[in-house]
Design a protein around this ligand. Structure first.
Ligand code: MG
Length: 249
């Protein structure tokens, strides 16, 4: 069942989204060669708590940290730790926070120092695919319109969307109905209505869309070892243009 949020619930989700957006913005200033993913995690948890939020990922199904930090060929669910970032890496950071019992969830892939032209293009295409998907999150459209827009843009640029992991409804729980795939058919799936809140999150692989899970049972990596990028926002379907809840301003 897809929950339609009340005005009060939406107000709480705006607060949660703002905490996530601030955290990602601050993290962007910390990403540089030499920093460890564990240090980024501590920094993020501190920001979330000082802003009055509760980290959504910490202890979620046993996940041991407040952010997911996925480097290079890691797609999502990387566990922060002792890994030290190097010039030329890319790092996908996923942040979730609760405020007043409601959740915000967003991700960005950041360049570490100077990255290759290929990596820059992957980041740009993935970020733009999220924009294309969000544009379709309009009342009266179908869920499949979102996935189709993302998939088409990504594939037209020579990359592949991950199929094994998808976006999701979000609210009092981090993962609610519906699933929001990054692929699909226009005109298919549930009809979008004002008050629906969705986490749209294209995961884009430079090579094959096939993925594997490392022995830590969390970290998802590309099968072929090529780069992967991840951009995510939590959005609200309105009567007009979608509202991005995990964006500042
Ligand atoms: Mg998510």
């Amino acid at each position: 069942m897809i929950v339609i949020k009340s005005a009060q619930e939406i107000a709480f989700m705006r607060q949660a989204g703002k905490i996530v957006a601030i955290t990602l913005q601050e993290l962007g200033g910390k990403v540089r060669p030499g920093v460890t993913t564990g240090e980024l995690n501590e920094f993020a948890e501190d920001i979330i708590r000082k802003a009055g939020g509760i980290p959504a990922f910490l202890n979620y199904q046993g996940f041991p940290a407040s952010i997911c930090a996925s480097v290079n060929n890691e797609v999502v669910h990387g566990i922060p730790g002792l890994r030290r970032l190097e010039n030329g890496d890319i790092i996908s950071i996923d942040v979730g926070a609760f405020s007043h019992g409601y959740c915000g969830d967003a991700a960005r892939t950041f360049p570490v120092g100077e990255i290759s032209e290929d990596a820059k293009r992957l980041l740009a295409v993935t970020e733009e695919s999220l924009v294309r998907g969000i544009e379709k999150a309009v009342s009266g459209n179908r869920l499949g319109d979102i996935g189709a827009a993302i998939q088409t843009f990504v594939e037209d640029n020579g990359y592949n969307v991950v199929r094994a992991f998808v976006g999701h409804g979000i609210g009092q729980k981090m993962h609610e109905d519906p699933q929001v795939p990054n692929f699909g058919k226009p005109g298919h799936g549930p009809r979008l209505e004002p008050g629906m809140t969705l986490a749209i999150e294209p995961m884009v692989n430079a090579g094959t869309d096939n993925v594997a899970i490392l022995p830590n049972n969390w970290t998802v990596v590309t099968d072929d070892g090529k780069l992967s990028a991840h951009f995510e926002n939590t959005i609200l379907v309105t009567g007009g243009q979608p509202e991005i809840l995990t964006r500042l301003s």
